[in-house]
Design a binder for this molecule. Structure first.
Ligand code: SF4
Length: 969
């Protein structure tokens, strides 16, 4: 039996090689028929519980299956009385309520019974630490004699091209019993999926499984036995070689590099010809079934063509529904093909880049008459460095944690199954430290000395393909990093589309920011040398012991470097202790984290003294570390090729130190008027995240000098870059206003949606002003009424986290009793998970902070009401806003804060209507929009002309009537 390919395809990461996808599609059938000779009896278990914490929560159900190979031998099932009520959300999830548990054994008796059932067999569970935690806590560790094996680990490393490894998703992908959050079904699904995973493992390149089974010798890893059995099952196990494996996977790209448009007489298709591509029989028409001509789309394509033809720039606001990506891709592709040059497309979010690479560009390719090449290119750190991975894997020792072993193994299998791709496409929860150790980096790439260079390397392979691609999709970060470095990171591209351009200024500022951080400095110094914990210098020492010849100067330099590093590490801790103390000189905002602008008053105040003097000492010591380190790099170069790896790693770490030193000296001196300086603080004593920041105030000037000067044409586009009809805020931010007259144009295209019929905007007219005491209770009452009226699908976007937390505490239990579920953005749950949860369930409503909607695309009924409690003005404590106000006075507010807030409100409104059939309402609960002069700016920028001003109670009943979920009978 082959699985339902549509289901499986949903879970295969886009861009997966076709042979790999086909192999995944055959796994379910193989799992039913394959018999592995080594298989002993094992027990598959699943439990349901009252919560996630074994110390506070308890088991309510246990189900298990005993199996040998594909044969089921025995079953175990019991309900469990946890000795406390089952929480409502667990009953909703599992269907298990208190009545079902009456008379059932308690956790200890049930877990002991299960232990008897398991006997000496190994116990397999998905995310085994959860089940093991509850069962051993209830019955005692000694009751269980077999190994606890984690099927989630096996799934990750055996099926690295899947986007999800949740049991439910694996079951959907491979046609197993669909888990229902009841233990019996979950255990049955797991038993089948385990065999799918074993078959997937068997399909990996010869020798790789044996290699993985030998990772981290001496480390406890229960999965090792299973891997060794599968590896031993092959008749002859060849030695694994990553280079050979890559050679089999990668086909060399022989395409020629395209031209640099600098100095070329570029030609452009006539505008009429481009417009005709937006007819049903044109390129855009052929891209999609049921294509409908849109005037705005054709107008945007014309504007892009005219800008490319005249070598000018453009800022284009294209409302939702215009189809702006196709509007720029078609002229960009025609221009690139005609002139044999590359056009760059830079996006802010991965979701848009993925949409271009995996949806729109493939469709465009099919619709074009000529072969169009395109590629996605990210920053170095997004790609795995195979040289580092190989060495990292070989150096894993007995103390390696299981999660590190599994991640390393997954990277190896992913490399064997992926011609191209990057770390973001992998389903791994990275620790920052681990990712840094494996990711590629400019300073430590050994280029021609590396055995993977260039074609087998993910990074250089992507760069090579970029040089021969007509469309290069990249992100804002890499584009502006290239601008800051004056080129060399990206191919020489002279024509750019900067999509999601509302974020361009901030991203460019990030790339221009200098910083020194407590964690960053401590990590890089530890990676160089840490007494008793190794580091690169320790690796050099080990190599020196085994290398022939006299160590002499090298050893002396090594000792001197180690001393400098040890002193620098002490100074780092001391400096940031004093930095933390600076938190006492600013008013307590009630939050642990705060930003403190370094004003002249702060620099003159007493607590700054030790920061300046210890910071100065640290800067001098870091200079010494750099000097010693660079001299070591030279000596290692002379010492021979066996020192190549540590030399490259050392060079990489020195470059990170140089960046930190630059940030430190910039902040300590505080001399440049081009920067604003601040401290990022965390008041908690045990958190070491302090950073010293120097951020460029006027990014536009840098872009004018470095970006526009070397580009022929840049198109900035977004659904929200103008405040009303006014582009001046955007134009100033990115520096277009520094160019000669006529060097750029602006264009505003209305949305193709019928907002007046699809969307309503309400402003309750009886709310207290946000600065007054009555506001929070008015807001509480409004939210209660709105949520009850809507019955779900409501997103409230707070600017103030404390308001959000406080109102959630009050409203969530109350709404729950009335059948309305409310979730909240918070610690411990990723934004993606929260978003997926919200989008999957129309009955859910969500409290989130205003930054939440970045990349949020909620088509259909899952989002029908957005509530904005306060107008989205930036924080008054924002150092950038404070600095602007100090320099420009009250005018700064109208120049920056107001248009930024207007644009943010437009973005919130834009989230509601994502297709022609969407309907929804926006509720603005801030009466300043009615009573303050600037309120008009907000209302005028919204796509709906009639604003409904009703009492809170009437607002709620009106939106309930027009947009609420139908009540169940
Ligand atoms: S070429 Fe550079 S980035 Fe690529 S694997 Fe080798 S060292 Fe790493």
């Amino acid at each position: 039996m082959r699985v339902d390919c549509a289901e499986l395809t949903r879970f295969i990461v886009p861009g997966t090689d076709s042979d790999v996808a086909e192999a995944y599609a055959a796994l379910a059938e193989r799992a039913r028929t394959t018999v592995f000779g080594f298989e002993d009896e094992v027990v598959f278990v699943d439990i349901e519980t009252t919560g996630f914490d074994p110390d506070r929560d308890a088991i309510i159900e246990i189900a298990a299956l005993r199996a040998k190979g594909p044969e089921m031998l025995d079953r175990f099932h019991t309900m469990v009385d946890p000795g406390r009520p089952v929480p409502l959300e667990i009953t909703k999830l599992t269907g298990i309520d208190d009545a079902m548990l009456a008379g059932a054994p308690g956790p200890e008796a049930a877990a002991t019974d299960f232990a008897r059932f398991a006997g000496g067999a190994d116990i397999i569970a998905h995310n085994v630490s959860f089940d093991r935690g509850f069962l051993t806590r209830a019955a005692g560790t000694a009751c269980f004699r077999g190994e606890w094996i984690d099927s989630l680990q096996l799934s990750l490393l055996a099926l690295p091209r899947l986007s999800s490894h949740r049991l439910h998703d694996l079951a959907l992908a491979f046609g197993a019993t669909i888990p229902t959050h009841r233990a019996t079904e979950d255990a049955e699904a797991l038993a089948f999926l385990w065999r799918v995973m074993l078959c997937a493992l068997e399909g990996l390149p010869p020798g790789l499984v044996a290699h993985i089974a030998q990772l981290a010798p001496g480390a406890e890893w229960p999965l090792r036995g299973t891997l060794a059995h599968i590896a031993g099952g092959s008749k002859r196990v060849p030695t694994f070689d990553l280079k050979e494996t890559r050679r089999h996977r990668v086909t060399a790209d022989k395409a020629e590099s395209l031209l640099d448009a600098e100095g070329l007489e570029c030609s452009c298709p006539p505008a009429e010809e481009i417009v005709s591509e937006f007819e049903a029989d044109g390129i855009a028409g052929r891209m999609y079934q049921g294509f409908e001509r849109r005037d705005e789309q054709a107008r945007m394509a014309t504007a892009v063509t005219e800008a490319f033809a005249s070598g000018t720039h453009a800022a284009i606001e294209a409302g939702t529904g215009v189809g702006k990506s196709v509007a720029y891709l078609v002229p960009a592709a025609r221009f690139a093909l005609e002139n044999k040059v590359s056009v760059g497309v830079a996006t802010k979010t991965n979701s848009l880049a993925d949409q271009l690479i995996y949806s729109e560009l493939p469709a465009l390719c099919e619709a074009m008459d000529e072969p169009l090449r395109y590629v996605s290119l990210k920053g170095y750190e997004h790609y795995p460095c195979l040289r580092k991975l190989e060495r990292f894997a070989s150096e894993l020792g007995a103390d390696a944690p299981e999660c590190t072993i599994v991640t390393t193994a997954t990277l190896l299998t992913w490399s064997a199954q992926s011609s191209w791709g990057d770390l973001d496409a992998m389903n791994i929860h990275w620790s920052r430290e681990l990712r840094t150790q494996i990711a590629a980096a400019i300073p430590d790439c050994t280029h021609k000395r590396c055995r993977f260079f260039p074609n087998l390397c993910y990074l250089h392979g992507a760069r090579r393909r970029a040089a021969s691609s007509h469309i290069v999709v990249t992100n804002h970060a890499l584009l502006f990093r290239d601008v800051v470095a004056s080129g060399g990171i990206l191919p020489p591209i002279r024509h750019w589309i900067v999509d999601e351009a509302h974020a361009a200024e901030a991203e460019a500022r990030d790339q221009l920011t200098l910083a020194a951080g407590h964690m960053e400095l401590a990590a890089v110094l530890t990676a160089l040398h840490s007494r008793g914990r190794g580091g690169i210098l320790e690796a050099v020492r080990r190599k020196m012991r085994s290398a022939p010849g006299e160590p002499g100067t090298l050893l002396a330099e090594l000792v001197a470097a180690e001393e400098a590093i040890t002193t620098a590490a002490t100074l780092v801790n001391s400096l940031f202790d004093f930095v933390k103390d600076l938190g006492t000189v600013v008013a307590d905002t009630g939050y642990d984290q705060c930003d403190v602008r370094i004003t002249s008053q702060i620099r003159e105040a007493g607590p700054w003294g030790p920061v300046a003097s210890i910071g100065g000492s640290l800067a001098r010591k870091l200079e010494a570390v750099l000097e010693r380190g660079r001299s070591l790099v030279t000596l290692l170069e002379q010492a021979g090729p066996e020192f190549g790896d540590p030399r490259a790693d050392l060079a990489g770490l020195l470059s990170r130190i140089a960046d930190q030193l630059e940030g430190l000296t910039a902040v300590l001196s505080g001399e440049s008027a081009e920067y604003v300086y601040w401290l990022e603080l965390d008041r908690r004593r045990n958190v070491a995240t302090e950073r010293l920041i120097a951020a460029r105030l006027d990014v536009g000037q840098v872009l004018a000098e470095e970006f526009f000067s070397r580009s022929h044409s840049i198109i900035f586009t977004s659904a929200t870059i103008a405040a009303g009809d006014d582009f001046s805020h955007f134009v100033r931010g990115v520096g277009l206003d520094r160019l000669d007259e006529g060097a750029y144009t602006t264009l505003r295209l209305e949305s193709s949606y019928d907002f007046d019929n699809q969307m309503a905007v309400f402003v309750p007219n009886d709310m207290a002003m946000p600065s007054t005491n009555g506001y929070l209770s008015d807001l509480e009452s409004l939210l209660r009424q709105v949520h009850l009226a809507m019955g779900g699908s409501t997103l409230t976007l707070f600017t103030n986290r404390r308001d959000m937390d406080r109102l959630y505490q009050v409203l969530e239990p109350e709404l729950e009793t009335q059948g309305v579920s409310l979730i909240i953005q918070g610690k411990g749950v990723s934004r993606k998970r929260l978003r997926d949860e919200f989008l999957a369930d129309e009955a859910l409503s969500l409290f989130a902070t205003k930054s939440f909607w970045e990349g949020f695309d909620a088509k259909g009924d899952t989002l029908r009401c957005v509530v904005v409690p306060r107008l989205p003005f930036g924080r008054p404590t924002d150092p950038l806003a404070q600095e602007r106000e100090e320099r420009e006075g009250r005018a700064a507010w109208a120049r920056y804060a107001l248009p930024e807030a207007v644009i943010e409100l437009k973005q919130a409104a834009g989230r509601l209507i994502r297709s022609k059939s969407d309907t929804g309402c926006l509720v603005i609960a801030d009466s300043r929009v009615l009573h303050k002069g600037y309120g008009r700016d907000f209302l005028a920028a919204l796509p709906v002309k009639d604003i409904e001003r009703l009492s809170s109670a009437d607002t709620a009943s009106e939106i309930g009537r027009r947009f609420g979920r139908p009540k169940p009978d």
